[in-house]
Design a protein around this ligand. Structure first.
Ligand code: PEP
Ligand code: MN
Length: 361
């Protein structure tokens, strides 16, 4: 009988596992280090694929830039010993060719490559005709279109199995993260590509060991399909990203510490309770919307008044007063100052636009 469904290749099948865990060192450093990391990771029984950076894109020259092509045979050796598939980062056509030549199972495009359409196109052209899964990290800057553009370029090159990796975004000013997660962007990407696997990379978001657990937990709570996380046999001595790497044994503890949740359940009681709570949320949201509409109508009236009396739209003191009052009230209700500020900024902008329309009409 004719087979209508094409059988999944072995690696495509590995990538359907949930949660999917990919781990390994930031960089391949020596053959021994790659093999020992792989063996110890495999021993945990919790890792589905190995990762290792062979070519390292570094912000400044003079840092360790990866061992280069010779590292590919270390990685394939680690695969042979552990039976685990292997993933490496590619950033140029030559790197793609080399990785394919060594039959690397999974390729990923790094954040510093996704950001540049020329580089992504170069990689995509080299991938044409290859049957290899490609994971695409978000670009370093918070621009969803660039991320989508990279997915489209790789898809156009004929790559069927594309996955996403959320590794956080560069942001101006200090945050507690090395790369701010900006979860809403990853959620929007999930909404746009509902059938595409999305992993979280807590290592590059955190930039340190302390935050790894909570970032990974958050990703799982948000229904990510798995995580890619760095692991090193001697993290403090790692040649790159030392601060954020953990030993394979510590990684196992982190994974054990995660509360795994599933998106859905068949339990009737739970489904009914959830349905009720969701109805309540819808109801509250509708009310909020009504109130916001009313608020804008009042803003328009103020606009008319200001227009008739020739007063500027923005009166800084009044605005500071509103913000301060809201932050205090919000805090008493368990809302963070950060949220209140963002929310009021958005509401304020909308109010100004409404007033502007009135004053210039
Ligand atoms: C990496 O995975 O080691 C890496 C370089 O990551 P990113 O592209 O997210 O900076
Ligand atoms: Mn790294």
């Amino acid at each position: 009988m004719e087979q209508t469904l094409q059988a999944l290749s072995k690696i495509d099948e590995v990538l359907t596992k949930r949660p999917l865990i990919i781990s390994g060192p930031c960089s391949a450093e020596t053959e021994e280090q790659v093999i020992e990391t792989a063996t110890r990771l495999q021993k945990t029984g919790k890792v589905d694929a190995l990762r290792a950076g062979i070519w390292k894109p570094r912000t400044r020259p003079g840092s360790f830039e990866g061992v280069g092509t010779k590292g590919l045979s270390w990685v394939t050796q680690a695969r042979k010993i552990t039976g685990l598939p292997v993933a490496v980062e590619v950033a140029t056509a030559k790197q793609v060719e080399d990785a394919l030549h060594f039959d690397i199972d999974i390729l990923w495009i790094g954040a510093r490559t996704t950001v540049n359409p020329f580089s992504v196109q170069d990689v995509a052209d080299a991938l044409r005709g290859a049957n290899v899964p490609v994971l695409i990290k978000n670009p370093i800057n918070p621009d969803l279109e660039l991320w989508i553009g990279a997915v489209e370029r790789v898809a156009k090159a004929g790559i069927k199995n594309i996955g996403l990796i959320h590794r956080g975004f560069s942001s101006y000013g200090n945050t507690e993260y090395r790369n701010a997660p900006m979860w809403h962007l990853a959620i929007e990407m999930k909404r746009r590509y509902p059938d595409t696997m999305i992993l979280n990379d807590p290592s590059h978001i955190s930039g340190n060991r302390i935050l790894l657990q909570s970032v990974a937990q958050k990703a799982i709570d948000l229904d990510f399909d798995g995580i890619m996380i760095e692991s090193h046999i001697d993290p403090d001595k790692a040649w790159s990203d030392a601060k954020q790497q953990v030993t394979p044994e510590r990684l196992a503890e982190i994974l054990d510490g995660i509360k795994w949740r599933s998106e859905t359940t068949d339990q009737k009681e739970f489904v009914v309770a959830l349905e009720k709570l969701r109805e309540q949320i819808n109801h509250v949201d509708d009310e909020l919307m009504q109130l916001l509409g009313q608020r804008m109508k009042i803003a328009e009236k103020i606009g008319e008044y200001k227009k008739n009396n020739n007063i500027t739209i923005l009166q800084t003191n009044r605005w500071n007063e509103i913000l301060e009052r809201a932050a205090k009230k919000g805090e008493a209700l368990g809302l963070t100052r950060e949220f209140i500020t963002k929310y009021y900024d958005a509401v304020h902008m909308e109010s100004i636009n409404h007033q502007n329309n009135i004053m210039n009409s």
